[in-house]
Design a binder for this molecule. Structure first.
Ligand SMILES: [Zn+2]
Length: 148
């Protein structure tokens, strides 16, 4: 039981690190995505782009690239980012689901209560079980165990 608990804690902390990495990447991609929209806006309004903006589309300088080609490059990059965002969100959701299932209280299986006793009550011709429950002591009714 001790080994099993340690294994769960290790697995959970590994997942928490991975989730943090995915979230960082998600922020980074979303930042790039919104900057690209601003870049296209700059091109349309004749405003200057920064060196960082050119790096986004793998250009070191302006290089006499036409406005049309610049916009095309930004739109292409934007599509790439969109597909990476999509993949990132799916992976993140998977990891979060696994972490969620790991943190489910093993004593009440996440319900937050456990069966106390079962009484049988006679009602007309049927015998009906009446189950009384009590709050799970292991998780104090939350259904989750603290992994962090
Ligand atoms: Zn519980």
């Amino acid at each position: 039981m001790e080994d099993e608990t340690n294994r769960i804690y290790l697995e959970a902390s590994r997942l928490q690190n991975e989730i943090a990495e995915y979230k960082k990447e998600l922020d980074n991609l979303q930042f790039q995505r919104s900057r690209i929209i601003e870049c296209i806006d700059c091109i349309d309004n004749g405003k200057n782009l920064t060196l960082e903006d050119f790096k986004l589309i793998d250009l070191s300088t302006y290089n006499n690239v036409s406005k049309f080609l610049l916009k095309l490059k930004y739109k292409g990059k934007s599509d790439i980012i969109d597909s990476r965002l999509e993949k990132n969100r799916i992976e993140l959701k998977k990891k979060e689901d696994i972490l969620m299932s790991l943190s489910t209280c093993p004593f009440c299986r996440g319900k937050g209560y456990v069966h106390k006793k079962t009484e049988y009550i006679r009602q007309e011709r049927k015998i009906i079980p009446r189950i009384s429950t009590e709050t799970c002591k292991a998780c104090k009714g939350t259904g989750r165990i603290e992994l962090a």
